[in-house]
Design a binder for this molecule. Structure first.
Ligand SMILES: [Zn+2]
Length: 493
């Protein structure tokens, strides 16, 4: 802390006109922020821990020092508190956010967001030993970067046309929950947010041989402007790209049609390991990145227009589809398993035979837990009876209600159980080699399905049990019911 007092003293002598690259203390200040945020006393900034609270106190003091303004709508104290459910517990969490007003009388009502998550994995107690995950690269580095950008633009507001919002997100490691909350409860209209940068892991420049700006192509001319900027700096821009990164806080912004860029040095990093420590970071690289990003943010803030590119409209706006994520909520479904006929009269018994069905499904999400699924199946069912094999060709229409883990935009995994009725129309079949006579057999049947499944991205696998409640025979004395158990595979278009 002694260091930062010294830095404040030094800062008093820096004039606002001084350009970033001539600022000799930037590297040391970045190092100071990371050394505090990734220190053992913050214990890995785990969700809801005292270490995370210390991190918040530090960030707020830096925001205050840099002259950031707090939003009146959020209570005027930089905090945006929220609660969310994790397993069975309610967790309290806090985003920390403020803004710097732009200097252009028209553009200042529009915003560019500079975000970085400050939470990390915390610590583990095992065999009387505490292992801390300091999270220096992930993501003390990103927080340090935006604290310094806040300071820079507070001192040089004439470099901003649009206003900028600085936000450090909580609960990123739990599934981008802080950034989702911010988007859903934004202190400014979403339509006024023109661009978002998520600084997530920017401390390993040299090891990764440059900087990545993933998602730069989500706005028109984004890649060109980034490359032109890189030419003005001693910086290797290793990669850009059109798609918005879904593993960092860019995702909820992209889902709302806002161009969003992951500022990232790369995966050659000890992230998510106890070795992600303060002394391993490349502070010279961080300084380069900050100087370049300051220039880039200034360029974007002064541009007449920032427009999403057609790639964003096409590939990164799943909020537009009713499934709440990419692709249409319909797909192919295949069931394969075994079927047999259940006799109420236990005197008879049939053995099982191979059954299968194939067709289409359509999903209608109802809130975040429930989904209605309608299927249309060509159904090949039957049983191994004493007289020989019994086979039918049918059309089956199951309608199921699924109860599952909440659907999430960032984690494309869902487990659910389901139940519901089905209707079946039998149109052909054989029994021991003879054509079925539908004078004897029911053409129409109905019953119920039960099952469970795991959905990962576009794929589903699970188990389905389908039982008939109407008999096989028209003769009501013969109580024989169809029953099938399937292994189910699905693929969403
Ligand atoms: Zn991260």
């Amino acid at each position: 802390m002694k260091n930062s007092l010294l830095l404040i003293a030094v800062l008093l002598f820096i004039t606002p006109q001084m350009v970033y690259s001539e600022n000799p203390d930037l590297k040391e200040r970045l190092r100071d922020h990371v050394s505090v945020l990734a220190s053992d006393s913050l214990q890995g900034r785990g969700l809801g821990t005292a270490g995370a609270e210390r991190a918040r106190n530090y960030i707020v003091s830096m925001f205050e020092e840099s002259g950031l303004k707090a939003f009146d709508d959020l209570g005027g104290d930089f905090f945006q508190p929220f609660r969310f459910r994790q397993n069975l517990a309610w967790i309290d969490a806090w985003n920390i956010t403020g803004y710097i007003e732009g200097s252009d009388p028209l553009l200042k009502d529009e915003f560019i967001i500079l975000g970085a998550h400050y939470d990390h994995l915390g610590y583990e107690n095992r065999d009387d030993e505490q292992t801390i995950y300091p999270g220096a690269d992930d993501n003390a580095s990103g927080v340090a970067a935006i604290i310094e950008l806040a300071r820079y633009f507070s001192d040089n507001p004439q470099l901003l046309g649009r206003s900028i919002i600085i936000v450090t997100f909580d609960a990123e490691e739990s599934g981008l929950i802080g950034s989702k909350h911010f988007v859903e409860n934004s202190p400014v209209a979403l339509s006024d947010i023109k661009l978002m940068f998520s600084f997530d892991m920017v401390g390993m420049y040299e090891a990764n041989n440059g900087l990545e700006l993933r998602g730069m192509g989500s706005m028109i001319n984004g890649v060109e402007i980034a490359e032109a900027g890189a030419a003005r700096h001693p910086l290797n821009l290793r990669r850009t790209g059109n798609n918005i990164e879904r593993r960092t806080d860019t995702a909820p912004f992209g889902d709302n049609g806002i161009p969003a860029v992951h500022v990232f040095t790369g995966t050659k990093s000890p992230y998510h390991k106890p070795e992600d420590q303060y002394h391993l970071l490349d502070y010279e690289g961080m300084e380069k990145i900050n100087e370049y990003m300051a220039d880039l943010v200034s360029s974007f803030s002064l541009q007449n227009e920032i427009l999403p590119s057609s790639t964003l409209a096409k590939s990164d706006a799943p909020a537009l589809s009713s499934a709440g994520r990419s692709g249409v909520p319909a797909g192919l479904i295949i069931n394969a398993g075994s079927g047999f006929h259940r006799y109420d009269d236990e005197f008879f018994r049939a053995n099982s035979s191979f059954v299968s069905s194939i067709g289409f499904y359509l999903q209608i999400p109802i809130g975040s837990y429930f989904t209605l699924q309608q299927e249309l199946l060509y159904d090949f069912n039957g049983s191994q009876m004493e007289e020989g094999i019994f086979r039918r060709h049918s059309v089956t229409l199951p309608l199921n209600i699924q109860l599952g883990t909440p659907r999430s935009l960032s984690i494309p995994v869902r487990f659910y159980t389901f139940a519901g009725p089905w209707f079946r129309y039998n149109f052909a079949g054989t029994h021991a080699g003879n054509t079925l006579d539908f004078e004897l057999y029911n053409e129409q049947e109905w019953g119920y399905s039960l099952g469970f499944a795991l959905e990962i991205s576009m794929f589903t696998m699970g188990y389905t049990q389908r039982r008939a409640l109407t008999g096989l025979y028209k003769d009501s004395q013969l109580n024989v019911f169809d029953s099938n158990g399937y292994f189910t595979l699905g693929y969403r278009f």
